[in-house]
Design a protein around this ligand. Structure first.
Ligand SMILES: CC(C)(COP(=O)(O)OP(=O)(O)OC[C@H]1O[C@@H](n2cnc3c(N)ncnc32)[C@H](O)[C@@H]1OP(=O)(O)O)[C@@H](O)C(=O)NCCC(=O)NCCS
Length: 186
């Protein structure tokens, strides 16, 4: 790893660069969806059990990881939701350093397990998770049955949401502000 890259706790001053890096590297076309948005980052920073770290090279954010002690209804499992390294800095162990800081903190918070999910074709992420002590658990496949009576055109799998539902989903980071889903997980 480059000696001048430091792993530091993420603060508000890193927000703009973290958002931009996420938009640069996350594949927003793959499924299953979760969203990458200001809301989803802010929710991690707001979480009491957060473990959010950035890799910085001078003033440049070259990687980040966002995790928290919030996984479904379990108080003792943590969820590592987002990790990214700038393309020109990949393959140098930056993600490994971020994972160490992140997971150490989650275990200090009392996590008995750390859960993450990896999209089927994201081989780099799967290999990186294995390298950092994660093993495969349950596999979930999104099965989809379209309504044969609906004349669906390509890309017409958008759903119409009431304004209240939409606001709630945006607030919870499940969709982006324009109603689109985000990229595939890890
Ligand atoms: C996944 C990702 C974070 C890895 O970051 P990185 O800094 O390059 O990872 P590291 O250098 O720490 O690599 C650690 C291990 O991961 C594996 N790995 C990393 N990149 C890989 C690739 N392209 N192909 C296969 N394995 C890879 C290797 O086992 C590697 O160990 P090794 O170098 O000793 O062989 C980075 O590729 C990335 O940002 N991808 C796009 C965003 C993304 O998909 N994030 C996950 C979704 S939240």
């Amino acid at each position: 790893m480059e000696s001048d890259i430091a792993i530091v706790s993420m603060g508000l001053g890193h927000l703009r660069q973290v958002i931009d890096l996420g938009y640069q590297v996350f594949d927003t076309s793959a499924k299953p969806y979760t969203s990458w948005s200001l809301t989803s980052v802010a929710e991690h920073l707001d979480s009491a059990g957060r473990s959010c770290w950035v890799a910085v090279d001078s003033d440049r954010v070259v990687g980040f990881v966002l995790a928290s002690m919030e996984f479904e209804l379990r108080d003792d499992w943590a969820y590592l939701e987002w990790i990214a390294v700038a393309p020109d800095m990949q393959g140098r162990g930056v993600a490994g350093k971020l994972m160490t800081a992140c997971c150490d903190t989650l275990f200090e918070h009392g996590a008995r397990r750390i859960v993450t999910d990896v999209e089927l074709h994201n081989n780099a992420s799967a290999a990186m998770m294995r390298k950092n002590g994660f093993t495969e658990g349950t596999t979930v496949t999104l099965f989809v049955r379209p309504n044969p009576d609906e004349a669906l055109t390509e890309g017409d799998d958008q759903i119409s949401l009431s304004p209240g539902t939409k606001r709630d989903l945006i607030r919870r980071g499940r969709i982006t502000g324009d109603g689109r889903h985000g990229r595939a997980k890890a």
